[in-house]
Design a protein around this ligand. Structure first.
Ligand code: BTN
Length: 244
């Protein structure tokens, strides 16, 4: 384990290799680590994605998890993934200014239409664990969605550079979220959202699929989908696919 530096309020705990930075962050939270502890690893043996999927975690990409205090109202905690998505989008817009950066519900970030980042929000005792994976040097063979990396987009940034820039933007947006609530987050997310007003479909966690037009986010961060039958459905978990 190595300790490097990130600006306050973050404190970095760095590893060459862990099982999953989310698991390590949970262990640290249970041992009393404070909010804004950041676990960073160069590779993960058991990187996890959403909905029980595996997250390829070869050296060269960014794998990190941040402990965040959810505040008094735990029902608001899922909003944090939108806070983080905007922070990642700002980071990538800075690193690859020529690329079109967009956010995609629930918590992906796209560059030129391909997935470059995924996030996994979990509970770690009293704190939330926000796991962020960004494709820096390489991207996995596309499975569900097309994928890309910073290197492919022409950036020479290294994982720690990306982490430092992300921490900066995340600190800013978390502070805004705590001070002003979800409204500015929802507005910033919506301004960057891919596919709003466009036809697509959502594959729900139980495997069923819903067609419709993506309307946007509700006040809790659920996706609103207008179905062909004229119903507005509220979706809390699933995968979005755009019509090609
Ligand atoms: C997804 O898109 O399915 C979410 C991927 C989240 C991956 C990150 S990498 C750092 C952290 N540790 C994990 O095991 N997963 C998250």
């Amino acid at each position: 384990m190595r300790e490097n530096a990130l600006p306050a309020p973050f404190s970095l705990v760095a590893f060459d290799r862990v099982d999953s930075t989310n698991d390590e962050a949970k262990r640290l939270a249970q041992a009393g680590a404070p909010p804004f502890t950041v676990v960073w690893a160069k590779s993960q043996d058991q990187g996890r994605g959403r909905l029980g999927r595996k997250w390829d975690s070869v050296p060269g990409n960014l794998y990190c998890s941040v402990l965040v205090d959810p505040g008094a109202d735990l029902a608001l905690a899922p909003q944090l993934s939108f806070v983080a998505a905007i922070a990642v989008a700002d980071t990538l817009a800075e690193l690859v200014p020529a690329a079109a950066i967009a956010v995609k519900w629930p918590n992906d970030v796209l560059a030129d239409g391909a997935k470059i980042c995924g996030m996994l929000l979990e509970w770690g005792g009293p704190l939330i664990v926000l796991g962020v994976g960004i494709n820096v040097a390489a991207h996995p063979v596309p499975a569900l969605y097309p994928a890309t990396s910073l290197a492919r987009l022409g950036s020479g940034a290294q994982p720690f550079d990306v982490l430092a820039a992300f921490s900066d933007h995340f600190g800013h947006w978390v502070e805004r979220w705590k001070r002003e609530g979800f409204s500015p987050i929802r507005a910033a997310w919506t301004a960057r959202a891919a596919g709003l007003g466009q036809p697509g479909h959502v594959r729900l966690a139980d495997g069923t699929t819903l067609d419709g037009k993506l309307y946007g986010l509700d006040a809790e961060g659920a996706l609103l989908l207008d179905t062909p039958g004229g119903e507005r459905r509220r979706i809390v978990a699933g995968d979005v696919f755009f019509a090609s």
